[in-house]
Ligand binder design. Structure first.
Ligand code: PMP
Length: 405
């Protein structure tokens, strides 16, 4: 079946607006994807027809809202191939999910225990572990990368040892587009007796994720990068580990019984969901998952791969073009610099031509340091981008290159 991109584009009113007097070309999808009308309608429907606080109400609205939230949990578990809804915890985003694991699982670690990260991690998968290091005296080890931006697996193997307790590595780099061999990374972590957390923020909307096949212990991602509402994230956690872990935050919803002397906690997943969740967003997140399923994650991936190859080939004909991250099978993210032009200037000029890209260190300063640069311009594709947009992007880049060099 043909990938009818023009038909999908009609789902996104924002794609018909202009910026700087030109039709918007949105290529900042690694930061946030746009939201289809179906998801916006689901948010409106929740506010207009079902809004009531979840889980404690006997009244109809509360029961409807609760059912919608729990339906999303089931859909999320199915979407990632998790075996139980008890293993799906709603958070504010990837960042909160990693903080939850670092903070809670971290309490099971002792001084001298080691955690392995990679040089291409987002700050969200670095700083929570540093906070833990400062509290508990754990040691952080870092896997370097090879020249093409792929992970140095030999170095990874040599870092693993009996002190390794956690391996926390990104599935797809938000800068380089590198798709890491996470199944192998997890297998090796398990062999060493460690648990593995995979940061799926850049993978979840761009390839099929099957938790059972990967055998991940923790897998985290954000709704706003997968056509869903902002403010929602998911922590998948292996039940046997979540059961051992102490609560992350205390409050309503996460307790079984409270006295001033002693509190017992709710069962999974509620033990980790203190306070009123964003139940409106969670309900609408279900629509985002169904939307992706209807189009087909594999078909989206194939479309993006076509755009990636098409665009990258043309970009390389621009004098001075430097692309960072050329690992085989990379995701549809292109980080680049034009000669010595500042990334900020390139981004600003592209904006004047109606093109949205991201510039800067992309919350990956250690990676920038390893590359010997301060930042890049990043273009990242999504299901609604077209070859014509890529043509206009490359044409605009050519103009910008001529102006800046
Ligand atoms: N990890 C990666 C790889 C990311 O790209 C991002 C988002 N830029 C995050 C973590 C953080 O996600 P969020 O801001 O949604 O918590």
């Amino acid at each position: 079946m043909e990938f009818d991109v023009e038909k999908y584009r009609e789902d996104y009113p924002i794609l018909s607006r202009t910026v700087a007097g030109r039709p918007l070309i949105y290529l900042d999808n690694a930061a946030s994807t746009q939201t289809p009308r179906q998801v916006v309608n689901a948010i409106t429907d929740m506010y207009e027809n079902h809004k009531a606080n979840v889980h404690r109400g006997v009244h109809t609205l509360s029961q409807e809202a609760t059912a919608m939230m729990e339906e999303t949990r089931r859909a999320t578990a199915r979407f990632i191939g998790a075996s139980s809804t008890e293993e799906i915890i709603f958070t504010r985003g990837t960042t909160e999910a990693i903080n939850l694991v670092a903070s809670s699982y971290g309490q099971l670690l002792s001084e001298g225990d080691e955690i392995i990260l990679s040089v291409m991690e987002h700050h969200a998968n670095i700083v929570p572990w540093q906070l833990l290091r400062d509290r508990r005296g754990i040691v952080i080890r870092v896997v370097p990368m090879l020249a093409d931006g792929s992970l140095d697996m030999d170095a990874y193997r040599s870092l693993l040892n009996e002190k390794t307790k956690v391996v926390a590595i990104t599935h797809v780099s938000n800068v380089l587009g590198t798709v890491n061999p996470v199944a192998e990374i997890i297998r090796l972590a398990h062999e060493a007796g460690a648990v593995a957390l995979i940061d799926g923020a850049q993978a979840i909307a761009h390839c099929r994720v099957d938790i059972s096949a990967l055998n991940a212990d923790f897998y985290v991602f954000s709704s706003h990068k997968m056509y869903g509402p902002t403010g929602i994230g998911v922590l998948y956690g292996r039940r046997s580990l979540l059961e051992k872990m102490p609560p992350y935050q205390g409050g309503g919803e996460m307790i079984s019984h409270v006295t001033f002397e002693h509190t017992t906690y709710a069962d999974l997943p509620f033990k980790f969901e203190a306070g009123t969740p964003d139940y409106v967003g969670i309900a609408a997140f279900h629509t985002a998952i169904s939307y992706m399923e209807e189009i087909g994650v594999e078909r989206i991936a194939a479309h993006e791969e076509d755009l990636l190859n098409y665009t990258q080939q043309q970009m390389l004909t621009i004098p001075g073009m430097r692309i960072f991250g050329t690992a085989p099978g990379k995701s549809a993210i292109i980080s680049f610099l034009i000669g010595n032009a500042h990334h900020y200037d390139t981004g600003l000029l592209l904006d004047k031509l109606g093109i949205a890209v991201r510039t800067g260190h992309h919350c990956a300063q250690p990676l920038m340091h390893a590359l010997g640069i301060e930042g890049t311009v990043r273009c990242a594709m999504a299901l609604y981008n077209t070859r014509q947009e890529c043509d206009r992007f490359v044409e605009s880049l050519r103009r910008v290159a001529a102006m800046l060099q």
